[in-house]
Design a protein around this ligand. Structure first.
Ligand code: SAJ
Length: 431
């Protein structure tokens, strides 16, 4: 392969994965073009700025853009490596929609040449990489496409799922192990050479289908385990036991590692990807489907429990702490916290105050409800009921003496020292 400074890489999709990936590759000295369908994203990146919040990403992007290693465009250009990192949402009945992947591959096909490597990183249903190969074979009959030709193919096609955790993306892009699945073993080896340029973790090769299923398996595993914790939280409440204490104690067993209950599972990955497995093999996935339902059901349960608490205290003002889908990030996609807070605001109007240090304004779903965005200090001053929905560090740091007189529904277990009543009945403020 060509040297770092001569390598041209085209990253299709400049979202939460594509932009950090493009920036990390650009840091190696390669010439990277990031392609996005939104003019505003292209303009933002070309001005050296970022449109997403991620630790250290702004400094990295401004550096590589200033050096001329990264630029953005609406249009695909010739490159040696194409990395597809576009969304794969689900459509009706939770069936995955790979339309953006196929569109990106169609765009890459226009400029594809012999010797190029095409890598799909988007979370995808099993068989998607083969569909990409099929599409390229139909669009470019002049090229020998792996799986569709005799002898050595002209291009390599592989699947390499991203596995980074929002909030740690730049660290995990480098340090995590990567699974690289080729349409053929040769394709996998070609893609491996590319990842070795910037990945410190182990790079393990396999087939495209195994790599696709590995990605879905990782997120389904986490979903099932969170569902177990969420189910436990309901059982413990019925028994009048503190679930956090039970989990802490159970986790002292050398082979037990229970995750944390919460108001449900959010984000664009764990709440979505398990459905790709369920949709592909409905008969074989009762556990994975049930886990999804348990986690979604926990959000409805939290709404009901918080509403009962608010109704039992008609004069009290309520602070909902957090809207993000998890701690210390500004990402509200598929957020159970947002869903709970919006449901409460719709029902209780201006009694509801929202505290979200990662928001400058309330999302549109709060329009017309009367709910307001306030800071944590104002909430301590003005609200009697606290519904903790996100475990942001700034919330965790509120000491007991500032909240001892509050009625707290702590769905994340951030305040173990908070006086609480056992049992699931709505709590009342002392009058
Ligand atoms: N959550 C809990 N309890 C827990 C852990 C998480 O309720 O004990 C909730 C979070 O609050 C959040 C949701 O689950 O709402 C998901 O958060 P997360 O931190 O588990 O995962 P994501 O969605 O940020 O990132 C996941 C990661 N996958 C796994 O850990 C297996 C990440 O490595 C993937 O790259 C990412 O999905 C992805 O893009 O697929």
């Amino acid at each position: 392969m060509v040297s770092d400074s001569e390598l041209k890489v085209c990253v299709l999709g400049l979202g939460y994965i594509g932009l950090p990936t493009a920036a990390v590759i650009a840091r190696t000295g390669a010439k990277v073009l990031g392609v996005d369908v939104h003019q505003s994203v292209v303009d933002t990146v070309n001005s050296g700025k970022v449109h997403i919040e991620e630790i250290d990403l702004d400094g990295l992007v401004s550096g590589v853009v200033a050096r001329g290693s990264l630029r953005a465009s609406l249009n695909v250009e010739q490159a040696d490596v194409f990395v597809i990192a576009v969304p794969t949402p689900f459509g009706e009945n939770h069936a995955p929609d790979i339309g953006f992947v196929l569109k990106a591959a169609t765009n890459a096909a226009i400029v594809l040449k012999a010797g190029d490597v095409v890598i799909l990183e988007s979370t995808s249903p099993v068989g998607t990489t083969e569909k990409v190969a099929e599409l390229l074979a139909s669009l470019r009959p002049d090229l020998k496409i792996p799986g569709h030709c005799v002898g050595v193919a002209d291009v390599a096609i592989a699947y390499c799922p991203e596995r980074v955790l929002p909030g740690r993306i730049l660290v995990e892009l480098i340090d995590n192990d990567r699974v690289i699945g080729g349409i053929t073993p040769r394709c996998a080896r070609k893609a491996l050479q590319f990842y070795r340029r910037f990945v410190r973790g182990a790079c393990v090769t396999t087939t495209a289908k195994a790599a696709e299923m590995t990605k879905l398996t990782e997120n389904a595993f986490r979903d099932v385990n969170i569902a177990f914790a969420n189910e436990l939280s309901l059982v413990a409440e019925k028994m009048g036991v503190d679930v956090w204490e039970v989990i802490r104690l159970a986790n002292r067993h050398p082979r037990v590692n229970i995750l944390s209950p919460g108001p449900g599972v959010g984000g664009h990955c764990i709440a979505v990807d398990p459905w790709f497995l369920v949709s592909a093999a409905p008969e074989q996935t009762p556990l994975i489907r049930t886990a999804r339902e348990v986690n979604d059901g926990k959000t409805d349960y939290v709404i009901g429990h918080a509403a009962a608490m608010i109704e039992s205290n008609p004069a009290a003002r309520v602070a909902c702490l957090g809207l993000a889908f998890k701690a210390n990030i500004d990402d509200f996609r598929e957020s159970p916290a947002l869903k709970v807070a919006a449901a409460l605001a719709q029902r209780f109007g201006e009694r509801i105050q929202i505290v979200e240090p990662y928001a400058n304004a309330l999302p549109a779903t709060f329009d017309g409800t009367g709910a307001e965005l306030i800071d944590v200090d104002s909430a301590i001053e003005s609200c009697e009921i606290f519904v903790v929905l996100v475990d942001h560090d700034v919330f965790k740091s509120v000491p007991l003496d500032e909240r001892a007189d509050k009625l707290v529904y702590d769905t994340r277990g951030i305040w173990p020292d908070q006086p609480r009543l056992a049992g699931g009945e709505p709590l009342r403020l002392a009058s």
